[in-house]
Design a protein around this ligand. Structure first.
Ligand code: NAD
Length: 438
């Protein structure tokens, strides 16, 4: 068992750097934290702010709040910055996103007005539906990456912070498969010098962050830091990384329903998932190449949970389809439908229908907050490379070579909480419980 003294204390301010600072998710997160700090809103959905953790035996009745149990940065200590391709202040962008009411935004208007993005690294090929006007220039990708490093150093200096976390809340880039240039750090670095086409802007942000010792979390399904080259860099620099793709709406439900079907050995014939969504993310995902990145991420969860290889009679041939349709009238208020064709005892068919009327950015904002605080914790606890214990927050969790990802939400939560117990030298909870009956 590990001793808790290995965690460095969260002294001073924590810099929060966001790629996509003017997006719907980022501005909803920012306005929410600012409102919570002023005591005019509650951080609902955030495990770090509202969650408790059981310690020891059930007879001990010890369940402190997580933020009292383990040393996390305080909301008051967060300072914000980031990049976007649009030169707007965050208030304008939050109004444009249309997620929060004018009443809520009014309370934090001054703070949001003062936040403007730094110039972004952007390549049209990677996000076809957006035009970038606030963009860096450089002869090579290496040069652009160096400019990002310079931004991080300047941000730290101006704000007097020595710890930062960087979160990708930028648009979903087009699908690329990992290939030679992503295999080793040497090849990747050469690729940046030669402007290799398969090095996406998001990878340059990740590389810059790691070189500056800044943990990197990826909220979109892009490959980004999920390559052998950047995982190697993270390990060498002793920096935590995590991703990919915030697990917020339909996939969150999927990773609860599918484990239930498997737990009861109920068979699956088909799962049709459809969405309508009208925000800018929906517009970007209307491009088939960006949609392919999202589709791969959304499709991957069922196979991982149902294990057709282990249960061929139940899950060998199910049909799984995911559709996302851009429908402007709904804005950020996404609606999803799931039709699930299942079969039970002796093969008799049944159906489950789910209609989730959610708010995309309202579900994503607490995840951004938790990831920032937990990634900072990981850094202070000396955890480097892939942080699989944060799978709880992702649709396509990153995992070590030779493993398979864990998608079941409640196994993910147990893994997360056991990691916190482990870090603090507390007994892990296995839920065996036989000792109560001896
Ligand atoms: N529930 C959710 O909202 C949810 C869930 C999972 C994943 N995501 C992902 O999170 C991301 C953000 O979602 P959103 O709704 O805020 O989208 P958004 O379109 O409102 O925001 C994305 C922002 O990124 C900016 N951007 C694009 N490329 C950039 C670059 N290279 N550098 C800097 N800025 C860049 C855009 O200008 C925009 O302001 C998307 O990739 C989305 O797929 C969101």
């Amino acid at each position: 068992m590990r001793k808790n003294h290995a965690i460095r204390k969260p002294k001073g301010k924590l810099g929060v750097l966001i790629v996509g600072l003017n997006g719907a998710v980022a501005t909803t997160f920012l306005a929410g934290v600012m409102a919570v700090r002023r005591g005019i809103a509650r951080p609902i959905g955030s495990l770090t702010q509202m969650g408790a953790i059981r310690l020891g035996k059930r007879t001990e009745h010890r369940s402190p709040l997580i933020r009292k149990f383990i040393e996390l940065a305080k909301l008051d200590d967060l300072v914000f910055g980031g990049w976007d391709i649009r030169d707007e202040n965050c208030y304008e962008s939050a109004v444009h996103a249309g997620v929060l009411s004018s009443d809520h935004l009014g309370h934090v208007k001054k703070e949001l007005l003062s936040l403007r993005p730094m110039k972004a690294v952007f390549e049209q090929f990677y996000v076809k539906r957006l035009k970038g006007s606030h963009v860096k220039k450089g002869a090579t990708k290496l040069e652009l990456m160096e400019q990002l490093r310079e931004d991080i150093r300047a941000f730290k200096k101006t704000n007097g912070v020595d710890r930062c976390v960087l979160v990708w809340c930028g648009s979903t880039e087009v699908f690329i498969s990992p290939n030679g240039v992503h295999k080793t750090l040497k090849k990747f670095t050469e690729g940046m010098k030669k402007n290799h086409a398969d090095i996406a802007p998001s990878m340059l942000y990740a590389y810059a962050a790691l070189m500056e010792g800044v943990p990197f979390a990826n909220g979109a399904p892009n490959l980004t830091v999920d390559t052998p080259a950047l995982a190697q860099l993270a390990r060498e620099k002793g920096v935590p990384i995590s991703g990919k793709d915030f697990k917020t709406g339909q996939t969150l439900l999927k990773t609860v329903i599918a484990p239930m079907l498997k737990a009861r050995l109920i068979g699956l014939n088909g799962w049709f998932s459809s969405n309508i969504l009208g925000n800018r993310d929906g517009e970007v995902l209307d491009d088939p190449d960006s949609f392919k990145t999202k589709e791969e991420s959304k499709l991957s969860v069922l196979e991982g949970i149902l294990q057709p290889g282990l249960y061929p009679d139940l899950y060998k041939d199910y049909y799984h389809k995911v559709r996302i349709n851009y429908y402007p009238p709904r804005g950020d208020n996404k609606e999803s439908w799931d039709n699930i064709d299942i079969f039970g005892w002796m093969g008799y068919p049944m159906q489950v229908k789910i209609n989730f009327l959610c708010r995309d950015s309202i579900l994503a904002a607490p995840i951004v907050l938790d990831l920032i605080l937990f990634m900072d914790l990981a850094q202070r606890a000396g955890m480097r490379g892939i942080q699989e214990w944060l799978s709880f927050y992702f649709k396509s969790p990153m995992f070590a070579p030779g493993l398979y990802p864990e998608h079941d939400l409640f196994i993910q939560l147990m893994k997360l909480k056991n990691t916190l117990r482990y870090l603090k030298g507390e007994e892990l909870i296995t839920h065996l419980g036989l000792e109560y009956y001896d």
